[in-house]
Design a protein around this ligand. Structure first.
Ligand code: MV4
Length: 503
């Protein structure tokens, strides 16, 4: 694809990332085109764009995953480029290929690079060739090789899906007798989830940290790294808190990880924004995978480096050159506020947002697509808002985050805000005792406290009353409702509600 100026950009996504991309495009004087499904007819990203095109029914397969419909919309609008956001089609080589075949710039890596990195086994091979350390493992999943590997490496070992991600198709095997069943189960799950049942094996690291390097590469072979992020605090393989810098990471180890990421990106011919993920075990690190897209947690990097990664993605797509980073400053933390009900094992919560109070002030950034009256639908992921705080050091960012949660309030679908606040305020987080086992070690039996539950009942009652919108599974989702010594916000007392209603 010959580079050219982007005058009109179609954003093939929805929710907060669609708004995020449109904000930067508008600031660059680029016209924007939104695409939307039936469920998103009144969504914020539709109103924020210069043009909006319906692409199909609410089910993702018929709308945001519908390559033909999105390409047709881009052509009809006369767009020069497509930004895929994250999730949906952002890592589908056939989508990047369809864009190129229709003379549209794809804001991401070339399709062949995306394909090579999308297969975990192929990516491991690229990493090994580039000299990046990988966890001791074996690329096949047949029982004989597995037995031989386990004898050599010792238990526990981990079975992983080659086409996998997000922990699906992963099985930890603690002893030889469980090997055959684990291999079959992992392959079956991988086949069902990804249409590809291939698995591979690795030595299992019992308590690693998840460290990732932000990369940005242009179309002239230049690659730069914009520091690292620690994303170890995950719930069922979904990141919920990310931060930069990675606390306690020595400069020497940081330099080694960055060098491995840069070599990997160059060896793969990477272009545009991408992230190389690693496991960190003490001072040893091991390549995990490359995410060939802009990630949800990119704001913590933007705040420390003072850069707009979406703007850089667009300039790279136009043929622009990357520039070396200045020294990063300060510390940033992101919390993913999801519409999930903590009373019911964090199942997705849906319904209308009755009221929303968002924090702001020095060092506080909120990326969200929600506002009063917005509908959280069951068709898409549960991300409601990203709460990001920045400060001169980690403790400043952490205390700002706690204060921000005390300002945050969402009346309507329940969220995990109180859970996130308690993580950030926990002693384990304060002393950065981070690993992928954080939640089981520090908040093993977390439950929402009575404030949050009472407010949820009041919200549900008000919603049921019908005068303020429906909030199925309605609830109070601010964090201050969960504080033991909270100054009750207007949302946690009936008097507060009544006063609010009479306003
Ligand atoms: C691992 C691991 C321990 N040992 N590999 C890979 C996919 C990612 N979502 C989870 N992955 C892991 N791979 C070996 N050899 C532990 C995990 C893991 C994990 C990694 C990073 C962050 C959170 C995690 C939660 C559970 C497991």
């Amino acid at each position: 694809m010959k580079p050219r100026k982007i005058r009109k950009l179609l954003v093939a996504n929805r929710g907060e990332i669609a708004l995020r991309v449109m904000r930067t495009a508008r600031a660059l004087g680029i016209a924007t085109v939104a695409v939307y499904s039936d469920a998103d007819r009144a969504a914020a990203h539709v109103g924020a764009a210069d043009e909006a095109i319906a692409i199909g029914p609410s089910e993702p397969a018929q709308s945001y995953l519908n390559i033909a419909a999105i390409i047709a919309a881009a052509r009809a609008a006369g767009a020069d480029a497509i930004h895929p956001g994250y999730g949906f089609l952002s890592e589908r080589p056939e989508f990047a290929r369809a864009a190129a075949e229709n003379d549209l710039l794809f804001v991401g890596p070339p399709p062949e690079v995306m394909a090579a990195l999308g297969d975990k086994v192929a990516a491991r091979r690229i990493a090994v060739k580039a000299g990046a350390p990988v966890v001791p493992g074996v690329e096949t999943g047949d029982l004989a090789s597995a037995r031989k590997f386990a004898e050599r490496a010792g238990f526990p070992i981990l079975v992983k899906a080659a086409a996998g991600g997000g922990g699906r198709g992963m099985r930890v095997v603690a002893e030889a007798g469980a090997l055959e069943t684990a291999l079959e189960a992992a392959s079956r799950e991988a086949q069902a989830a990804f249409g590809d049942g291939r698995v591979f094996l690795e030595k299992y690291l019992a308590r690693p940290r998840h460290i990732e390097i932000q990369l940005i590469a242009d179309r002239h072979g230049e690659v730069v790294a914009l520091g690292e992020r620690d994303c170890s605090i995950q719930r069922r393989h979904q990141k919920i808190i990310e931060e930069s810098p990675a606390p306690g990471l020595s400069s020497a180890t940081r330099a080694r990880i960055v060098a491995a990421a840069l070599n990997l990106a160059r060896a793969a011919g990477y272009q545009n924004a991408g992230t190389a993920e690693f496991l960190l075990d003490g001072e040893e690190f091991y390549f995990l995978e490359v995410n060939a897209r802009l990630q949800v947690e990119h704001p913590v990097t933007e705040l420390r480096f003072g850069r707009d990664l979406v703007a850089e993605q667009l300039r790279i797509a136009e043929g622009g050159r990357v520039c070396a980073p200045d020294e990063p400053r300060g510390a940033a933390i992101e919390c993913r506020i999801n519409a999930e009900d903590p009373e019911y094992d964090f199942r997705p919560a849906t319904g209308r947002v009755i009221a929303l109070t968002l924090p702001s002030g020095p060092g506080v950034r909120v990326d969200t697509h929600l506002g009063p009256g917005a509908e959280i639908s069951p068709f898409y992921d549960s991300l409601a808002a990203k709460l990001v705080t920045y400060g001169p050091d980690r403790e400043a960012a952490r205390t700002r985050m706690i204060a921000a949660f005390d300002e945050f309030a969402l009346l309507g679908p329940r969220t995990n805000a109180a859970f996130l606040r308690d993580i950030i305020a926990s002693e384990g987080f304060a002393r950065a005792d981070l690993s992928t086992r954080f939640l089981e070690e520090h908040l093993p039996r977390w439950r929402p406290d009575e404030h949050a539950t009472r407010a949820a009942l009041i919200a549900a009652a008000l919603a049921a009353d019908g005068r303020i919108g429906s909030a199925a599974g309605g609830g109070f989702a601010g964090a201050n409702g969960a504080k033991a010594n909270s100054r009750p916000s207007p949302w946690t007392t009936l008097a507060g509600f009544e006063a609010w209603r009479r306003r």
